[in-house]
Design a binder for this molecule. Structure first.
Ligand SMILES: Nc1ncnc2c1ncn2[C@@H]1O[C@H](COP(=O)(O)OP(=O)(O)OP(=O)(O)O)[C@@H](O)[C@H]1O
Ligand SMILES: [Mg+2]
Length: 458
């Protein structure tokens, strides 16, 4: 059953209120009051869709009441009801936000049709609102695409913690969006005017790291030709993103801890402390708790950094996001490369959903970039264009008919790649050990890995 819409009748004459009530009460929920003051009291307490408002009333006249209603809630519709001699005023009321007016004496049909129009418009707006909300939700949060429940919880958490300065640690596999989330926290929060400065602790050679973090004075060490400002100083008033924090050397872990405690730094070669106000977001794709229990990462530092933990689930655990992410990246690269790729065929999308995605969203993004660049026409991307890892992945039903078309060389490559990667992972990327198991010598393994596009760690 549909809920009845509510109409508030405001008229100082009892007869006028009653006759409107009789016309409307079959279809609508009707409330009647005799003055503007009472009307406003009702509106403060009850949800009302439409106010039928008499223009000519003794204390507060209709126009006055109209203005007050609109300031109270702009979404409430108002239709003016006026005697002929005040019709001019009723017309003016449109300027102040009334939807329409009717003049007395009126036919019941006239009232009913005006009211019906208002209600229809309200239904339409409500639908639009609902649709708009759905679109927003499907787009995720701040350009982070997701409909996954765990991710939506993360978006809620981001909104909350963004307004504070507590330290945050983001964990998750490679390519799950850790940096994206870190930037979003910065952009959403009250430090957005300040800088966002990133340091990748694994990418900077260890002997340069200290200077990178804290800066140095001229002549502080051989090669220090001029004073250099460190990233901590740059980040003052903003956010410092410490990426791959697990790679931080232990002496620098101690220094970092001190900076977080004292809220000040010293450039190398100077003993003058400089105050810094920074929020630290750190990220890691390894299990830092293990590192702590093995004594490789300081526990006190871990606690300082990990005040609010955010764990981003891998793509394979939120496969529902694959179609919307695929759509997002197709659009992105169509625009970037001026292409018109309409998307994937159902079969191709299915294959994407079955794949294991070790490289997570970054892998999906890179794949779609390649597919869009290589596509020539305006046709949907189908299975033949998909890389073999996806067609032959652990979960995928190998689609022999599709694979046959690709030729032996590519098929062999894909299978070799899978075997070599598996063994390397099983041996923790120990090349000699993996080579022994694969029954080749180490140089052959290195060559093979290169040829197959496997990045050898260590
Ligand atoms: N939910 C998402 N919506 C849209 N794009 C995403 C999403 N998650 C990740 N990406 C994109 O995927 C790529 C990888 O994300 P990001 O660099 O944040 O991952 P990461 O977790 O920091 O990876 P790594 O551990 O390898 O450094 C980026 O281009 C990012 O924009
Ligand atoms: Mg990253």
């Amino acid at each position: 059953m549909e809920i009845k819409r509510t109409i508030l009748i405001v008229d100082d004459e009892l007869g006028a209120r009653e006759s409107l009530g009789v016309i409307l009460e079959d279809e609508y929920q009707v409330i009647s009051v005799a003055s503007g003051k009472e009307a406003l009291e009702v509106l403060r307490k009850e949800p009302v869709d439409l106010v039928l408002l008499d223009v000519n009333m003794p204390e507060m006249d209709g126009i006055e009441v109209l203005k007050k209603v609109k300031t109270l809630d702009d979404e409430i519709d108002v239709v003016m009801v006026s005697a002929l001699n005040t019709a001019r005023k009723a017309v003016d009321a449109i300027k102040f936000g009334a939807y329409d007016y009717v003049t007395k004496p009126y036919e019941p049909e006239e009232i009913l049709s005006t009211v019906a129009q208002v209600m229809e418009r309200r239904n339409l707006y409500r639908k639009l609102d609902y649709l708009r909300k759905q679109v927003e939700e499907s787009r995720g949060f701040d350009h982070i695409i997701s409909q996954n429940e765990k991710m939506l919880e993360i978006f809620q958490l981001i909104k909350k913690v963004a307004l504070t300065s507590t330290n945050i640690m983001i964990t998750g596999e490679s390519g799950t969006g850790k940096e994206l989330i870190a930037r979003s926290i910065h952009r959403t929060g009250n430090r957005q005017e300040g800088p966002f400065v990133a340091i990748n602790c694994a990418a900077i050679p260890s002997e340069l790291m200290e200077s990178e973090m804290f800066g140095h004075e001229r002549g502080a060490f051989t090669g220090a030709h001029s004073r250099t400002i460190g990233k901590f100083e740059y980040a003052n008033g903003g956010t410092l993103f410490l990426d791959e924090i697990s790679a931080l050397r232990s002496d620098l872990q101690a220094k970092l801890l001190r900076v977080l405690q004292e809220r000040e730094i010293e450039r190398i070669g100077s003993n003058k402390p400089i105050k810094v106000d920074i929020r630290v977001i750190s990220a890691t794709n390894t299990n830092l708790e293990n590192a702590v229990s093995q004594g490789k990462f300081r526990q006190d530092l871990y606690f300082r950094l990990n005040v609010v933990p955010i764990y981003i689930p891998p793509l394979r655990e939120r496969k529902g996001d694959i179609p919307i992410l695929a759509r997002h990246f197709i659009n992105k690269f169509n625009t970037a490369f001026n292409k018109k790729v309409p998307g994937f065929t159902g079969k191709a999308l299915n294959a994407l959903a079955k794949y294991y995605w070790p490289g997570n969203i970054r892998e999906l993004e890179n794949l779609i970039e390649r597919l869009v660049v290589l596509s020539t026409g305006e046709e949907q991307i189908d299975l033949q264009e998909m890389p073999l890892e996806i067609l032959t992945g652990p979960d995928s039903e190998i689609q022999i008919s599709e694979v046959e078309k690709l030729g032996l060389v590519r098929v062999r490559g894909a299978i070799e790649k899978r075997i070599v990667t598996n063994i390397l992972e099983a041996t923790d990327w120990n090349q000699s050990e993996a080579a022994k198991i694969l029954k080749v010598n180490r140089n052959t393994l290195i060559q093979k890995a290169k040829q197959l596009g496997i990045l050898l760690k260590k």
